[in-house]
Ligand binder design. Structure first.
Ligand code: SAH
Ligand code: SF4
Ligand code: F3S
Length: 451
């Protein structure tokens, strides 16, 4: 093949973002180069998500464009990977005849061969596995130098009744602690100062392993905290059923572990939580939150919430609003329940009408935003440590970065010289919105900094 250029589009969560680094890694190891846009690329790859219907409809829209480009130049190759592809498996090739390649999240390593086979034969090629497998050892092409994703576990076996992830990502499996440590040390040698540890339920990390060198999640954080040069450790996602106090204490005590917890509540109604198969009550969740705020003062707390789950009554929805009032989240991802074929909830009676789901969503978002703004307002006037990500999209010579609590900060540099991505600077917060802060870089001063 002469023209070995590819274009990759990623949908979905951070796990998919990280998988896309691997897709780039294996393609580039196979001699493929990234093209600036779809038009000029020979190979179009889509890394897909199927967690909600909206993710799938966005994808279908984009695939229309890929089909058009393929029509213009039949030598183009279109490859579909990720969770949506896995949920349909081989059937997707019949549904979408213009596709050349389909592959699952655990088959990324085979992508170059699949592309080669399809190009040579002119026939569709695919690969999907059902058994657990690790893609952690594949080459990875990261974008940006100071931050890296590190996958600590694959899959999920929680089977929340609404969720497709266990069906498309396979069984939960932890990576070996020593292997993770070695990866983090290598990344730090390459200049990384911040890592985000990824897993669908990091609180269950290590529980499926035993023997010498094994660790639970708090133990893993302790090992990684000792890595010199690593300034910030983040992790996502925590499951309230498995959140132990040792992890909360690790967040308090370990210097590089950031004071931010993403703890999806999903609902404030115990009746709905039961039907969701979440394994905790609203009271349990509230207890966790109050202990978290007590132990880690100044920490930020974020969550995921679903409205309109089957049989959600007005009382259940009020319980969610009440939970939000009590937990005072710094931000929340809010979702309208979306039935996923093959999950238990899709078969449950009492699907909530669209108009009710939308009205509840509106009320919830307004409350979340009001509280987020109040929390950010309490930061005005304070000085925060910001890890610089680059120039701000707002322009005007502004830069952009994040606090340890994961808030986005746009700031004017103090000079002399401009900050660069990966620098740590102190910023005095001048004004806030519900989602961002604005400020001015403070002159450097010695001493530890926390926000
Ligand atoms: N493992 C993580 C993230 C899973 S997907 C966790 O357990 O939190 C991210 C979020 O999408 C979930 O937390 C949930 O709020 C939402 N979600 C998943 N399936 C959904 C569905 N069918 N409809 C609406 N929201 C859904
Ligand atoms: Fe889905 Fe639940 Fe697993 Fe999260 S913990 S990925 S919501 S099944
Ligand atoms: Fe992530 Fe979507 Fe798959 S949320 S795990 S890419 S279904």
């Amino acid at each position: 093949m002469d023209n070995r250029t590819y274009h990759l589009t990623t949908f979905g969560c951070q796990m998919n973002e990280h998988d896309s680094e691997r897709i780039r890694g294996v393609l580039e190891a196979g001699g493929w180069l990234e093209a600036p846009d779809e038009e000029s690329a020979r190979l179009l790859v889509f890394n897909t998500c199927s967690v909600r219907e909206s993710a799938e409809s966005r994808l279908i829209g984009r695939l229309g464009e890929a089909r058009r480009l393929k029509g213009e130049d039949p030598g183009r190759i279109v490859a579909l990977g990720g969770c949506f592809a896995q949920s349909r498996q081989e059937a997707i090739l019949d549904e979408l005849r213009f596709l050349d390649v389909a592959f699952g999240p655990r088959n990324i390593g085979e992508l170059p061969e699949l592309v080669e086979a399809a190009a040579k034969s002119g026939r569709q090629a695919s690969s999907f596995v059902d058994e657990p497998g690790s893609v952690a050892s594949l080459p990875s092409a990261r974008r940006g130098s100071h931050h890296a994703w590190v996958q600590v576990m694959t899959g999920c076996t929680n089977y929340c009744s609404y969720c497709i992830v266990p069906y498309v990502r396979g069984e939960e499996r932890s990576r070996e602690a020593q292997e993770i440590l070695a990866e983090v040390e290598r990344l730090v040698d390459e200049g990384v100062v911040e890592v985000t540890l990824l897993g669908q339920n990091v609180n269950a990390y290590g529980l499926d392993r035993s023997g010498p060198g094994s660790a639970d999640f708090a133990g893993l954080l302790e090992m990684l905290d000792a890595v010199k040069g690593l300034r910030r450790i983040r992790f996502t996602t925590s499951h309230p059923r498995d959140l132990g106090q040792d992890l909360v204490e690790a967040m308090r005590d370990l210097e590089s572990v950031c004071e931010h917890l993403h703890l999806p509540a999903q609902s404030g109604s115990t009746r709905i939580l039961e039907r969701m198969n979440r394994g905790y009550t609203a009271a349990h969740y509230l207890g966790l939150v109050s202990r978290f705020y007590d132990k880690v003062p100044g920490a930020s707390l974020t969550t995921d919430l679903i409205v309109g789950f089957p049989a959600e009554k007005e009382d259940d929805f009020f319980a969610t609003l009440s939970l939000v009032e009590q937990c005072r989240f710094d931000s929340a991802f809010t979702f309208i329940y979306s039935p996923r074929e093959g999950t238990a909830a899709a078969e449950m009676p009492g699907q909530v009408p669209d108009v009710t789901r939308k009205r509840r969503m509106g009320e919830l978002v307004a409350l979340v935003q009001r509280i987020a703004l109040e929390k950010n307002e309490s930061m005005a006037g304070s000085e925060v440590e910001v890890l610089v990500e680059g120039r701000s999209r707002q322009g005007g010579g502004q830069f952009r970065g994040r606090t340890r609590s994961n808030k986005i900060v746009n700031f004017a540099p103090a000079g002399p010289g401009e900050p660069t991505a990966g620098d740590f600077v102190q910023v005095r917060v001048a004004s806030v919105t519900s989602t961002t802060m604005k400020g001015v870089q403070a002159p450097a001063h010695p001493g530890p900094a926390r926000d």
